[in-house]
Design a protein around this ligand. Sequence first.
Ligand SMILES: *[C@@H]1O[C@H](CO)[C@@H](O)[C@H](O)[C@H]1NC(C)=O
Ligand SMILES: *[C@@H]1O[C@H](CO)[C@@H](O)[C@H](O)[C@H]1NC(C)=O
Ligand SMILES: *[C@@H]1O[C@H](CO)[C@@H](O)[C@H](O)[C@H]1NC(C)=O
Ligand SMILES: *[C@@H]1O[C@H](CO)[C@@H](O)[C@H](O)[C@H]1NC(C)=O
Ligand SMILES: *[C@@H]1O[C@H](CO)[C@@H](O)[C@H](O)[C@H]1NC(C)=O
Ligand SMILES: *[C@@H]1O[C@H](CO)[C@@H](O)[C@H](O)[C@H]1NC(C)=O
Ligand SMILES: *[C@@H]1O[C@H](CO)[C@@H](O)[C@H](O)[C@H]1NC(C)=O
Ligand SMILES: CC(=O)N[C@H]1CO[C@H](CO)[C@@H](O)[C@@H]1O
Length: 384
Amino acid sequence: MNTNSQRSKQSPISFRFLILIVVFDITCFILAVRGLHKMEGSYNDSRKAHVVPVFRQRINDTGDCTDKELLLQILADALKNASATEDQTYGNCSALPAWQEVIKLYGSKPVILGLEHCAAFRNNVTLQDPLGGLRVAGFYNSGTNALEQTLLRNLNNADTDGRQELPTVVPWSKHRPLWTAKESYFLEHRHVLPVVVVRDPYRWMQSMCKTRYDLFWQRNLRLNGIEHCPNLVPSSQDEQNFNQNRSTFAVWLRNPIQNSTHDSLAALWSRWNGAYLNTSIPRLIVRMEDLIFHGPEMVQKLSECVGVDRTDPYVFLTEAAKSHGRSADLATAMIKYGRRDGRYAGMTTLDLAYARHALSGDLMQALRYEYDDFSLDASPRILW
Ligand SMILES: *[C@@H]1O[C@H](CO)[C@@H](O)[C@H](O)[C@H]1NC(C)=O
Ligand SMILES: *[C@@H]1O[C@H](CO)[C@@H](O)[C@H](O)[C@H]1NC(C)=O
Ligand SMILES: *[C@@H]1O[C@H](CO)[C@@H](O)[C@H](O)[C@H]1NC(C)=O
Ligand SMILES: *[C@@H]1O[C@H](CO)[C@@H](O)[C@H](O)[C@H]1NC(C)=O
Ligand SMILES: *[C@@H]1O[C@H](CO)[C@@H](O)[C@H](O)[C@H]1NC(C)=O
Ligand SMILES: *[C@@H]1O[C@H](CO)[C@@H](O)[C@H](O)[C@H]1NC(C)=O
Ligand SMILES: *[C@@H]1O[C@H](CO)[C@@H](O)[C@H](O)[C@H]1NC(C)=O
Ligand SMILES: CC(=O)N[C@H]1CO[C@H](CO)[C@@H](O)[C@@H]1O
């Protein structure tokens, strides 16, 4: 009785933490299994040795945890409590994606572009700069807060009390389009290495539908009772009329320096991130999804890039990274982003066809994101 009531009381919070833990553990376990010793020294093997058999037992008991060991291990490492992890995942491996699904979506390694700038940047940095000079940038809903918190907890050598005061974002404001930043900013800030976080465009567009920040467009349209968002192109005469007969749903981005209009959500994703892909200023580009599935390895690479030691052991981000907007915690994020299910929800087949050319091929390829895998039928319908 006691145990039951305790469980149900702590369940919402615990489950969140659990998911975070599971994700990170899985990553580590996978690395260990593969004999990749990149993570050596960052995990306490005696603790891991305790966690894994617990889950082996569970796997045998329930039969539904196959290929989910690594995610479980990540959660266990994040929670630092094997019994809590076991508690919270028991009977619920079904919620977790299989590691093979994760690999199919994002590959088995994190993607970090721009590492060729690291050596030169290390030479440029003279003072012991917080985070080694790394400063986060990224559009709304792309995981900038999570990346800032992760870097603060894992790269910063400064006193933990001062954490909140340390600079974590680019001096030209993290969400601002690069084309609105003056050239002189970069010359004045040579001790800054921007690390730009990009998110899977299909998921990102869905997030913009939930929380749009300074972006405006014609929306709240319903097709057969279902809200059409992300809406990229009109799919009926009604929508056509509503959109004043324009062929795409253009978006308007408010910005204190320069407002801008873009053909669609997909076009904005390409333009905003493409500006950082194409720029000649030194920068790194990372993926939000790697923060969930490859956190330790990604942070290891960033730490080597700027020559700042990483915290040992790796500190997992187990709480929602921001209080505004709607953000998912680690466990929730693992479950949601580890699967393809729902990636196209809210869009029509026409939107998908349009997105195939509106989403920059350069970006999709460089970041190893996939276009949709539907064979399109003729009649536009909202996908789930
Ligand atoms: C790992 O954890 C165990 C038990 O908590 C502790 O005794 C041991 O010293 C730790 N090892 C390292 C390398 O931190
Ligand atoms: C679980 O199953 C594996 C192989 O199916 C077996 O080798 C292992 O001993 C089992 N573990 C337990 C605790 O029953
Ligand atoms: C680990 O989790 C269990 C079950 O949730 C809890 O009873 C215990 O106090 C936790 N231990 C630590 C060290 O947090
Ligand atoms: C290093 O500084 C030089 C000028 O002093 C600048 O041109 C260059 O972009 C900087 N390199 C990096 C990687 O920041
Ligand atoms: C859109 O086009 C249709 C057909 O050409 C026309 O009847 C309608 O008035 C137009 N709507 C707007 C808002 O321009
Ligand atoms: C952007 O648009 C808003 C609203 O129309 C306007 O008040 C503001 O002055 C514009 N900003 C710039 C920099 O043009
Ligand atoms: C990068 O610049 C080239 C040349 O200006 C342009 O064709 C390309 O579309 C740009 N790529 C992105 C992703 O913006
Ligand atoms: C037994 C149990 O706790 N099942 C839960 C597993 O997680 C899903 C959500 O992903 C819940 O809906 C189940 O209730």
